[in-house]
Design a protein around this ligand. Structure first.
Ligand SMILES: Cc1cc2nc3c(=O)[nH]c(=O)nc-3n(C[C@H](O)[C@H](O)[C@H](O)COP(=O)(O)O)c2cc1C
Length: 145
């Protein structure tokens, strides 16, 4: 969830049983990799098994590449990457809510200007509706009648 533009900040909830939770709290860093429509199946597969059990890069044939400001890798096949540094964890005692600064951001050439260029198939981001349901953004020209 975006929180702020200046400085760019995000909030996210990561279950405390997840390996991601352990990595984020231990290192204070992480990357939000943004997959596009083409990567839907792999994205869901990555969400159904823990990195404690398998190397998901190998299992799902994804490519780690170095980030610029954090040690966590980027996923090459994603169209965008937000390199993040933790500001605060355990914001409330009931939720595993993290607040983080975005210290570096990437987008694949031709997919982003000041927003995702969703008219292009390659730039269609994935949005989870809950359960097994997902949706993709579309644009409609609004004109006055
Ligand atoms: C579509 C989808 C959305 C998910 N959203 C979240 C989420 O917002 N927060 C979370 O903690 N886990 C979420 N999960 C579950 C984790 O992805 C899952 O527990 C995963 O195995 C954790 O991997 P890790 O142990 O390597 O961190 C989601 C899973 C799916 C399939």
């Amino acid at each position: 969830m975006p929180l702020d533009y200046d400085p760019p900040r995000v909030a996210l909830v990561v279950g405390s049983d997840n390996y991601s939770y352990e990595c984020i709290t231990k290192t204070g860093e992480f990357v939000i990799n943004i997959p596009s429509k083409k990567l839907l199946e792999k994205t869901v597969q990555c969400g159904t098994i823990s990195g404690r059990k398998v190397n998901k890069f190998k299992k799902f044939k994804l490519t780690p590449i170095p980030a610029k400001k954090v040690k966590a890798p980027l996923i090459k096949e994603c169209i965008g990457h937000l390199e993040c540094k933790l500001i605060k964890s355990k914001v409330t005692k009931d939720y595993d809510l993290f607040l983080a600064d975005v210290v570096y951001a990437w987008a694949e050439e031709g997919t982003f200007t000041d927003r995702w260029l969703i008219e292009k198939e390659r730039a269609k981001t994935i949005h989870h509706l809950g359960g097994e349901y997902f949706t993709f953004p579309s644009k409609v020209k609004i004109r006055e009648w």
